[in-house]
Structures are given as C-alpha cells and as structure tokens.
Ligand binder design. Structure first.
Ligand SMILES: O=c1[nH]c(=O)c2[nH]c(=O)[nH]c2[nH]1
Length: 307
C-alpha cells in the first residue's frame, strides 16, 4: 500500500448545551459549547469502511445532553472529566477522548436599585445578560444648522429562562411548531435611539447618563415583561425607554430570536423538566420594529440596526 493512515480523531464538535438549574424561583445558567474528539482503534473504518469500532458522533452529541441532565454541570472541567472518562472507559476501541469546552458567562440583570448581586426582586431571578459582548454605537449628523444624534448598542445578549410563552399563532399546512407555555426567550439586542435634541447647545443631553439610563430601562423591561412573544417584549422595551427618557423620541430594534430547543431525553430514560436545551444558532427568527413617541416622525432608517 502506498499510503498509511496517520493521526486521526473524530467526534461531534460544538454541542451547544444550555442547562438551567432551578433553585425555587432563582435560576442558574450553564451555557457551554462542547466539542468531543475520540481516537483509538480506528484503522478499519478508514481502510475498509467497517464501522465496527465506531461509536457514532451522533451518540457523542446525545451523551453530552444526557450528561447535562444526569450529572449536572458543576463546572466545565468537571463536566469534561465525566465525558472523557465515559468514552474511554465504556468503549474498548476508544483509547483517548479530548473534550474541549467554551463556557459563555452570564450575569444577572440589575434590579431597579442597580445592585445586580442582590437577588430580591422577582424579575432578576431568571433574567441574564451575557458578559462583555456588547458594543455601544452612535451616529452624529450635522448640516451646519441642525444636529441628529442616534445612539444605541448591538450584541447585548439577554435571556429569560422562564416567563415566556408562544401560542395561539396561525397554523397552516406547513406549521409544525408546538405551542410553548414555558420557553426560554433569548436575543442579541441591537437598538438605535434618536434624540430629539437638534440645535440648542446649552440644552444638550448628558450623553453618558442618557445611554446608561436607556440601557437600564431597556434591560429592566426585558426582565420584567411576562412575554407572549418577542414582538410584545420588543414593544415593552421601546416604550419603557420613550416613557422614561424625555430626550429620546424614537427607538428601533432588531432582535434575533435565539432559539433554545428542549432536548428529548426520553430515549435515555431521562425526564427533561425544562432543564437541558440545545441552543441553535441558525436559522433564527428576526423581529424588528420601531417604537415612537406619539406624534413624532420616524427617522431611523429601517436597516440601521443591522449595521
Ligand atoms: O416570539 C416569537 N415570535 C414569533 O413571531 C415567532 N415565530 C416562531 O416560530 N416563534 C416565535 N416566537
């Protein structure tokens, strides 16, 4: 034979597992991206195509989700140790397992008094924002006479692990979606708000304070809204800003619906009580709308939130 097989490994990459642990009304999230690579006696499958030693990559994926339920996710390291030991000790042909895990960090959305460590109010027990992802943006336009200032943010990822439903929608012959009475609601907020300040330099808004307050009101509305749809949550987020910040007249959102699907663990004899989810990255619903102060002209371009 003119060729021989060199190093090889296989497995399922990027299993996006989200585990919600419920401590009464207080929820805890573990959000992992788990990649499994196995190696061992795999010459035959490469040379002849015999799968006799091959544990399917599909099975390695199922194991990740089942272990999230069976063993919980105490830490990424502990979870990886459980998985690696399982593959090597349960499958004779597998001699080595490499588990790579990325963990995404979440923090609780702050309460009205601004203290995010305090878990006192209902709305923060199940509402989270991803750490360190968001970007603040602004666009300033001046024609020699008038100013237009549009500010906002993008890539602010937030999640409610309960208080979200979706049902009562149109059903046609292509509809398969099951009605949901307790689902995860997660999105990457992209928002642009327009200031009504145009000229009087003496009365310019305090940009830093306004940004902080707009962001805070938006997050609190996200956390506090019992949601029947992402559209309804969007409207609440927008109207909370308009109603609490007189310097802002218009806000436009682009909100992807980051779907989290409950994993069916029944085939493994496990009950999934809204605990273990598959976080899909695409396709995603995309919900976009402008919320305006009554009587003002909309001026934020439709596609601006996608920039
Ligand atoms: O909040 C939602 N709004 C929708 O319009 C929609 N459509 C869908 O399939 N799921 C959802 N969720």
């Amino acid at each position: 034979m003119p060729t021989i097989l060199g190093q090889n490994q296989y497995g399922k990459a990027e299993n996006r597992v989200v585990k919600i642990t419920r401590d009464g009304d207080t929820h805890h999230i573990k959000d992992l991206n788990v990649s499994v690579a196995l190696s061992g006696d795999m010459d035959d499958v490469h040379y002849s195509g015999s799968n006799a030693n091959v544990l399917p990559t599909d099975t390695t994926k199922n194991t990740v989700f089942a272990f999230a339920k069976e063993h919980g996710i105490e830490s990424a390291e502990q979870f990886g140790i459980h998985l690696a030991r399982h593959f090597v000790s349960s499958q004779e042909p597998i001699h080595r397992a490499r588990i790579r895990i990325e963990e995404y960090s979440w923090e609780r959305i702050a309460t009205s008094d601004g203290n995010s460590k305090f878990i006192g109010a209902d709305e923060v027990r199940h509402s989270f924002a991803r750490k360190g992802m968001e970007t603040r943006v602004s666009q300033i336009t001046y024609d020699g006479e008038n100013w237009e200032v549009i500010s906002g943010l993008k890539d602010l990822t937030v999640m409610n692990s309960t208080n979200s439903e979706f049902w009562g929608y149109v059903k046609d012959k292509y509809t398969t979606l099951k009605e949901a009475y307790d689902r995860i609601l997660a999105t990457d907020v992209s928002a642009r708000w327009r200031y009504n300040w145009t000229s009087d330099e003496q009365r310019m808004p305090n940009w830093e304070k306004s940004y902080e307050q707009a962001r805070k009101h938006m997050l609190q509305a996200f956390a506090e809204t019992y949601s029947l749809s992402l559209q309804q949550t969007l409207y609440q987020m927008g109207s909370r800003i308009i109603n609490s910040r007189s310097e802002i007249d218009e806000i436009r959102f682009s909100l992807p619906n980051n779907h989290h699907f409950l994993v069916d663990l029944e085939p493994f004899g496990l009950k999934n009580d809204n605990e273990v989810y598959f976080a899909a990255d695409r396709p995603y619903g995309l919900i976009e709308a402008t919320v305006l102060r009554d009587g003002v002209e909309p001026k934020i371009p439709v596609d601006m939130t996608n920039l």
